[in-house]
Design a protein around this ligand. Structure first.
Ligand SMILES: C=C(O[C@@H]1C=C(C(=O)O)C=C[C@H]1O)C(=O)O
Length: 117
């Protein structure tokens, strides 16, 4: 029978799984499965995911600081705070590499570099 489960994203998803086979043990609480081989692999993959996330956060912060420094340097020299042609290049780079999500990501990156407008 179909059962409703709430996945970690918070959105409900439907699975063909009898209620009495829902994973319920301690490993399942951490990884979403009672299968020990799968749980072990998931834990290993998550270590790399966590490493990647730390790198992304550090790079995000470095980029924002550099972008703010460019803006401050330019304004101190009498230039503009933003250069829209350069921003368009960056949006296009991310769109080409990642599609529509890339555009959204680039918009967030550019916003982080601007600080409050
Ligand atoms: C960092 C710069 O200044 C601003 C910020 C940008 C960015 O975060 O990439 C790009 C263009 C400018 O609007 C730059 O001109 O390179």
């Amino acid at each position: 029978m179909m059962t409703d489960v709430v996945e970690s994203s918070g959105s409900p998803a439907r699975h063909d799984r009898p209620e009495d086979t829902n994973p319920t043990g301690a490993a399942a609480a951490r990884t979403g499965t009672d299968d020990s081989a799968a749980a072990e692999r998931i834990v290993a993959i998550r270590e790399r995911i966590d490493e990647i996330d730390r790198t992304i956060i550090a790079l995000w912060q470095e980029r924002a600081a550099l972008s703010q420094e460019v803006g401050a340097t330019r304004m101190a020299a009498g230039g503009t705070r933003l250069v829209l042609s350069r921003e368009r290049e960056i949006l296009e780079r991310f769109r080409q590499a990642l599609g529509a999500d890339g555009t959204q990501l680039a918009l967030l990156l550019l916003r982080a570099g601007r600080g409050p407008l």
